[in-house]
Design a protein around this ligand. Structure first.
Ligand SMILES: Cc1cc2nc3c(=O)[nH]c(=O)nc-3n(C[C@H](O)[C@H](O)[C@H](O)COP(=O)(O)OP(=O)(O)OC[C@H]3O[C@@H](n4cnc5c(N)ncnc54)[C@H](O)[C@@H]3O)c2cc1C
Length: 335
């Protein structure tokens, strides 16, 4: 038999994968920033986090979660509404790891007060490193941690939800939030006629005893498998913030009717929905007419995380470029 030579397929001069690295130890500016903000005692915790998130296994989860995008299951096989989104196990794994590290809640005490100390900077460092691996799942993670700032406007609701928000468990089961080991929260503001200009919201809220019924739509509501959403709607006194759970207090499914998922250019592991509300159960958060003032507490914390994650993505681009330049030779010299 003729021996086949694979010499032309020998792979030379390619940089090795940038994997199995400690994303914290490699990043001196990050360590210095953490120290400058009082977080030096968290080095060991952050280095363990950096090694875990810098592993080849986590990189694979990030890739797989984006290749296998979420699927909306509007109805079951018999035509009954389901309104559930199915995610690849890799996405659930990323969510579980972030929850385990407390990225969704560690800046708050169990009562929903600011944790103080270095909690903000330590959590920000984790968010920054996780963003270098997979940003889509960080959407419900940032929204959950930020929701506490808005829920503070309704102390009775905060004290009910905080025991479930404050755990480090990720519980993806589709069940009433008060029965779960952990919960996630999202937000619904943007409508077709206005995202920046939320005062133009047309969705209406009418009183129903102590609660409200919401009718209208949201044009961009991400992470639709969250257990509850903070939603803006027009009540008698003006734009108001509401807590809209996936299940009503009697345990039946609440009317959040997902129309479709966005076909996004990026952020693909994360589902972003278009949703209709039809007499949907909700509880008021803060005073009627103070909706923007209430929800902006949540929005601004998510936007802070947008900046942190964007910096993380830039850091990742730089680290990959340096790594490649160190290993790649051109004209007998390293790049
Ligand atoms: C990945 C992703 C996830 C999202 N998830 C959610 C979600 O979970 N919940 C939710 O409610 N929304 C969500 N959104 C929607 C997002 O919040 C809106 O897209 C955003 O608020 C902008 O609104 P818009 O798209 O209607 O743009 P517009 O309000 O029409 O703005 C268009 C452009 O005009 C600029 N602009 C606006 N006002 C001014 C001004 N006064 N002066 C100068 N320039 C101005 C804006 O910066 C923008 O560049 C998401 C969007 C994305 C991309």
């Amino acid at each position: 038999m003729t021996q086949v030579s694979f010499a032309t397929h020998e792979v030379l001069n390619q940089s090795p994968p940038f994997e199995d690295v400690d994303l914290f130890a490699l990043d001196r500016p990050l360590a210095e920033a953490v120290a400058a903000n009082g977080g030096a005692s968290a080095y060991k915790e952050l280095s363990e986090f950096g090694q875990h998130w810098g592993s080849a296994a986590m990189a694979a989860r990030g890739r797989v979660a984006n290749e296998n995008t979420p699927k909306l299951r509007t109805f079951d096989s018999r035509g009954v509404r389901r309104d559930e989104v199915e995610f690849h196990p890799a996405y659930h794994e990323l969510m579980a790891r972030s929850a385990h590290a407390g990225i969704h809640n560690s800046t708050w005490t169990a009562l929903g007060k600011p944790a103080g100390g270095a909690a903000e900077v330590v959590r920000a460092a984790k968010f920054y490193m996780a963003a270098q691996v997979e940003t889509g799942h960080l959407c419900p993670v940032t929204m959950t941690r930020a929701s506490v700032a808005a829920l503070a406007a309704q102390p009775d609701l905060l004290s009910k939800t905080m025991p479930v928000i404050a755990t480090r468990a990720y519980d993806p089961t589709f069940a009433p939030w008060w029965t779960k080991r952990g919960m996630t929260l999202g937000m619904g503001m943007t409508e077709k006629q206005g995202g920046t200009d939320v005062r133009s919201n047309q969705t209406r809220a009418s009183r129903d005893g102590d609660a409200y019924r919401i009718t209208g739509h949201k044009w961009f509501m991400s992470a639709p498998m969250c257990d509850a959403f903070l939603v803006l709607a027009q009540a008698d006194e003006g734009l108001t913030c509401f807590f809209m759970p996936r299940f009503k207090p009697d345990g039946s499914v609440n009317a959040l009717q997902f129309q479709r998922l966005k076909d996004k250019l990026g952020n693909r592991s994360n589902a972003s929905s278009e949703v209709e509300f039809a007499d949907t159960y909700a509880e008021r958060v803060g005073d009627e007419g103070k909706g923007i003032r209430t929800i902006i507490q949540m929005v601004q914390l998510t936007r802070q995380d947008c900046a942190i994650a964007s910096a993380g993505l830039m850091r990742s681009g730089l680290a990959h470029a340096l790594h490649h330049a160190r290993h790649r030779s051109v004209f007998q010299k390293h790049l």
